[in-house]
Design a protein around this ligand. Structure first.
Ligand code: PGA
Length: 250
């Protein structure tokens, strides 16, 4: 069975002092046992240490928002998977649409980053999703399939336990325009079938989470879908009460 995951992408919000305050508020609102099987938040790199400290012994995990594919080296400004692991991260996001759109991320670099994340023993959340023009052209399934196949090139079935797929339609991110549960379910089902075709039974256990304007008031309908195994939440993860309310919808 895929694990149910609640993930909070803080994007470029929350400097260390603010991040610590948000983490402490989350620790207050989210007590174990959680309704999801796991909860993780993804602060900016410089805020990871403060968040780790504030969340110690809460069971809420921490992740990075991207990583470089090399372990170390003369790559000014970059952060490796090993560094994230050493800083106490268990997770990392890879291929978020904002990375693809503004920072030149491609299916090939997503694949390189995924291999590096796995080598660092991190759980990688691989993001895929179509733009509105692609949806309108009827290309959604083809596009997310290309992105997922590219991400998983030369990845062994034995690593699937540390891979999560996030379906995030670009037109739903930060727009308040959430995919309907049926729209999301249809794409999740397609991705699940693809994972099965690529990996057999092991593929069926990969968690596929939905992201794009998830809020407390729409989470229940999404989580009720058979192939939606959780949520990757942006804006609403910056509010402790709102994020806790989403956990309550699992
Ligand atoms: P949103 O962002 O919830 O603010 O739409 C989701 C994401 O970018 O992961």
């Amino acid at each position: 069975m895929p694990r149910k995951l609640l993930l909070g992408n803080w994007k470029m919000y929350k400097a260390p002092s603010e991040a610590r305050a948000l983490a402490l508020a989350l620790a207050e609102k989210l007590r174990q046992p959680f309704a999801p099987d796991a909860i993780a938040v993804f602060p900016p790199f410089v805020s990871i240490a403060a968040v780790r400290e504030a969340l110690a012994s809460t069971g809420i995990e921490v992740g990075g928002q991207t990583l470089h594919w090399e372990g170390e080296g003369a790559f000014t400004g970059e952060i490796s998977g090993g560094f994230l692991a050493d800083a106490g991260c268990r997770y990392v996001l890879i291929g978020h649409s904002e990375r693809r759109q503004y920072f030149g991320e491609t299916d090939e670099t997503v694949n390189r980053r995924l291999k590096a994340a796995l080598a660092a023993r991190l759980t990688a959340v691989v993001c895929v999703g179509e733009r509105l023009t692609e949806r309108d052209a009827g290309e959604t399934e083809q596009l997310v399939e290309r992105q997922l196949r590219g991400a998983l090139a030369n990845i062994d079935a034995q690593d699937l336990g540390r891979i999560v797929v996030a379906y995030e339609p670009v037109w739903a991110i930060g727009t308040g325009r959430v995919a309907t549960p049926e729209q999301a379910q249809a794409v999740h089902k397609h991705l699940r079938t693809l994972l099965g075709a690529l990996y057999g039974r092991g593929g069926a256990d990969v968690s596929i989470v939905y992201g794009g304007s998830v809020k407390a008031d729409n989470a229940k309908g999404l989580m009720a879908q058979p192939d939606i195994d959780g949520a990757l939440v942006g804006g609403a993860s910056l509010d402790a009460a709102g994020f806790a309310a989403i956990a309550g919808a699992f």
